[in-house]
Design a protein. Structure first.
Length: 131
């Protein structure tokens, strides 16, 4: 955006570099796919172990091991889902949008301005309601 520019609510004001955030989302998506496959296999293995146990072909310890692996796989799936949600949110948050219709008063920051979470940066955009 440029000083004097009118913007509508929800219009983008600035965007952070999204390269790493997009890679993180791709990684989280791949981890989720793997976790879904692992959870499906663990569930099938637990069902087979239960069937064999019911027919008295396998021991309680074999069934317990399959149940434990299934529980671990389900927990891994939950973690992978949460990581993907976080990666998606981080990517969405890389764009600052106008909170209301207004006019850009000044843009002290610009391309290449470094913004870190550890410090209180100067405003990147000074914004006011439209007259």
């Amino acid at each position: 955006v440029k000083p004097g520019q009118r913007v509508k609510k929800g219009s983008p004001l600035l965007r952070l570099d999204r390269t790493i955030l997009q890679a993180s989302l791709a990684e989280a998506t791949a981890e989720l796919t793997r976790a879904q496959a692992d959870a499906g296999e663990a569930r099938r293995e637990r069902e087979r172990a239960q069937e064999l146990f019911n027919r008295t072909v396998s021991s309680t310890s074999e069934l317990d091991a399959a149940v434990l692996l299934d529980a671990r796989a389900q927990a891994g799936l939950a973690v992978a889902k949460a990581r993907r949600v976080i990666a998606q949110k981080n990517l969405q948050d890389a764009e600052l949008k106008a909170p209301f219709d207004g006019v850009v008063k000044a843009v002290p920051g610009g391309p290449g301005t470094v913004v870190t979470a550890e410090c209180q940066p100067k405003p990147l955009v000074i914004f006011s309601t439209a007259p």
